[in-house]
Design a protein around this ligand. Sequence first.
Ligand SMILES: Cc1cc2nc3c(=O)[nH]c(=O)nc-3n(C[C@H](O)[C@H](O)[C@H](O)COP(=O)(O)OP(=O)(O)OC[C@H]3O[C@@H](n4cnc5c(N)ncnc54)[C@H](O)[C@@H]3O)c2cc1C
Length: 300
Amino acid sequence: MTTTRRSLREFSYYGTGGTCDELVIPKSREELAAAMKRITRDGIRFFVLGGGTNSLVLDEHYPGAVILLSEFVDTQVLSSKIKAGSGVSNTQLAELAYSHSLSGIEWMNKLPGQLGGTVRMNARCYGGEMSQVVSEVEVVTKEGDIKSYRAQDGIFRGYKDTVFMSNGDIITSATVQLTQGEQDNIRKKMDFCAQDRESKGQFSAPSCGCVFKNNYKVGIPSGRLLEQAGVKGLKHGGAEVSGYHANFVFNYGATSREIIELTLEMREKVYRSSGVWLEFEMEILGDLPADLALKLAKAP
Ligand SMILES: Cc1cc2nc3c(=O)[nH]c(=O)nc-3n(C[C@H](O)[C@H](O)[C@H](O)COP(=O)(O)OP(=O)(O)OC[C@H]3O[C@@H](n4cnc5c(N)ncnc54)[C@H](O)[C@@H]3O)c2cc1C
């Protein structure tokens, strides 16, 4: 279940990434729990990588363990609930719900990523959000304990905010509560989401979706602020801001440094044009070189 010095590029949706000290691919919760006991005991740093669709993996070596939940793909349909392993892709889950005439997660169709990362990010789109459908989450804590939460335990704290962002728990499965629906209607909604993403060119090159969160206090979506700041089509090396959606940065053969430098420039431009300091949504796997770390941590 553990290998050493493996390149992370093949697991990075963005198509960047160097090596890591060890890659941990547990087959069960018990194996993961044992690995986490060792990792915590030995003071090893770790990062959980799902589909990697919201993460930028740095090109530099990561001196720690990267944990993949790709073996956690069991699913169980229990009346109107589906319990699924955290490695199940969002699209697979939406298809499974469709095949059982269950409605509520049509919006997860073609949302890149895996269930574990999607719960952790409280991902949302097309009027749906994970907090609306998840009823239970099973985790392994960083100390190696197996634990479960119910939604009413306050695991979802708001827009793109969950307890898992601060407690380090590793999500091993989640249960979604759905309702019976008409297959035709379910398929129509799923198709709408897929076609809308395609028509906006979201899959034309690797990206991490939106680089920056929306700031609801500002009341203007970050994509609009970025557009007003004139960043569409901006390039830096192999990194390029989408011509359709100014919050997307595509990788056309970029290094992770080029992607980060471009996003820093985008943030500066928005600040200069509208006075808003954008907050990153993209997660970073690795240690930034000192100059980039300083710039990223900069306050307005
Ligand atoms: C083309 C495109 C479109 C997108 N559109 C949207 C959109 O409309 N709405 C939206 O919300 N997002 C969107 N995203 C972002 C992304 O799809 C979601 O955030 C997705 O839910 C991330 O899942 P993942 O498995 O790829 O997460 P990863 O990128 O692998 O991980 C994200 C974070 O979660 C952590 N993590 C991963 N798995 C686990 C686990 N099992 N337990 C604990 N922590 C874990 C990671 O350590 C990391 O911090 C888009 C991305 C792309 C590329």
